[in-house]
Design a protein around this ligand. Structure first.
Ligand code: PHE
Length: 455
């Protein structure tokens, strides 16, 4: 999207794919399976789905509402919405801090994915066994130099696209490539569910046993819902500001949330059977995707070519997600601070690179930076935890309170019915009810519970 002239999206389809382009990313292919794996499987999935429905979706609609109502970047939007109440600016401040925190580790994982394109291209995974695939992953992340270089490549690609303002072009590409990624994941699923470990894998993913759930797990599921739908940080406010008057503010988020969840589930269906077939542990952590997917593809005809394609498509999904994140910062610096777009991109990419490198280096626990521990977490994990489990839920809570309690009902109805063009309104009442009474309460309970204040 070009920011200078606030052009809107051309059609409902364009708006859907652009928003989906932000939602679908490493969250689906990398974080979702690994979080489900480390937090016990089916019960976690169930809690995650509840978080998407009762918290994620209402917050997403609210963010898009704020964006289109004000047609501004996140800071400009809260200023315009509540000019005399500077308190609400904290939403923008928290949002922007979250963008940085996520980008520090997201660009690192993006680098792993980019590097896997070349590894699979070289044929490193032909006839791969589970041991070999685990070793390849360790050597990829322990570097120390190659993962940093790949992270820099990722950031340069993201920065260049943002400077050239060719996001519109990129969106066209995503529109064709996203369905391709979808098809490839389905091929992978078909192979995965015919592996010997299928039964166990699917049972792990879909069998709900609350005994496997911890308090911390509930907070993690909530954080994952925010992360997955790109919420609590102004991305959807920024995107909402590009919605045109006839784009549907309720319909689009619903469709995006459903599609995004389907993609995550399909990735889970590809990964967990493989985990059990190849004697790995579901709780293997951040390497889960990288260690299992090459094994599944190695059992397919033309597996190697398909694997290359898979990582190319994942890289593109990761890149569009990052563009939508950094756009929050660029929109703020160029619109509120009057800094040129190019300068804003360069400054932000450099900041992200400098701190992001520390996250990448911290993955090797024996290294100097790996030895740093923040509440028992490495820098990489601390950035991840703080963004998903602290900043995003607090940002989401503030957004829910702002729109649920401090915006006039008539204003919401006006915007959500596209100024009267949409005649049905029951869904708006339902949305307002959940936003007012359900989402904030759930957010507070989960949060207090996980930090041990309430039991
Ligand atoms: N939703 C993206 C993903 O799943 C990550 C993201 C978070 C993008 C926040 C933008 C804002 O990969």
């Amino acid at each position: 999207m070009e920011l200078k002239k606030r052009e809107g999206f051309s059609s409902g389809v364009a708006v859907f794919f652009a928003t989906l382009g932000s939602a679908v990313g490493l969250g689906n292919v990398w974080k979702f399976p690994y979080m489900v794996g480390t937090n016990g499987g089916g019960a976690f999935l169930f809690v995650y789905l509840m978080c998407v429905i009762f918290v994620g979706l209402p917050v997403m609609i609210s963010e898009i509402f704020i964006g289109r109502r004000t047609r501004k970047n996140v800071m400009g939007a809260v200023k315009k919405l509540k000019p005399n109440q500077p308190f609400w600016r904290i939403i923008a401040v928290f949002g922007m801090i979250t963008v940085y925190l996520i980008m520090f580790f997201y660009s690192c994982v993006g680098g792993w994915v980019y590097s896997y394109i070349f590894k699979s291209l070289k044929g490193d995974f032909t006839g791969v066994t589970s041991n070999v695939s685990q070793n390849i992953f360790s050597s990829t992340v322990l570097g120390p130099i190659p993962p940093i270089l790949w992270q820099l490549v990722v950031l340069i690609v993201v920065g260049t696209i943002l400077i050239m303002g060719v996001q519109k072009g990129i969106e066209k590409v995503t529109k064709t490539l996203m369905p391709l990624l979808f098809i490839l994941i389905i091929i992978c699923d078909i192979r995965a569910v015919t592996l010997p470990g299928t039964k166990e894998g699917l049972k792990f993913l879909f069998h709900i046993d609350f005994a496997t759930m911890t308090k911390q797990g509930v907070l993690i599921a909530l954080g994952l819902a925010f992360f997955k739908l790109s919420l609590g940080m102004g991305t959807m406010v920024t995107y909402g500001s590009y919605f045109t008057d006839n784009n549907n503010i309720v319909g689009t988020p619903v469709k995006v949330a459903i599609s995004d969840t389907i993609v995550s589930l399909l990735v889970g269906i590809a990964i967990f059977p493989a985990v059990f077939s190849f004697n790995m542990k579901p709780s293997s952590g951040p390497g889960l995707l990288f260690m299992t997917i090459p094994l599944v593809f190695s059992k397919l005809p033309f597996g190697n070519i398909l694997l290359v394609l898979f990582f190319i498509l994942c890289s593109i999904a990761a890149t569009t997600a990052m563009i939508s994140m950094v756009e929050v910062l660029i929109a703020y610096f160029s619109e509120e601070r009057g800094i040129s777009r190019k300068k804003a991109v360069i400054i932000n990419i450099v900041i992200i690179a400098l701190i992001g490198i520390t996250a990448t280096l911290s993955v090797d626990k024996t290294s100097l930076l790996g030895g740093i521990s923040i509440f028992g977490k490495t820098l990489f994990d601390a950035f991840d935890f703080a963004s998903s489990n602290i900043f995003m839920p607090i940002g989401g809570l503030l957004i829910a309170i702002l729109v649920g309690w401090f915006i006039k009902k008539e204003d919401i109805e006006e915007e959500l019915t596209n100024y009267g063009a949409i005649k049905t309104t029951w869904h708006i009442s339902l949305y307002r009810f959940i936003l007012k009474f359900v989402s904030p309460v759930l957010l507070v309970i989960v949060f207090l519970n996980s930090i041990g204040i309430i039991k």
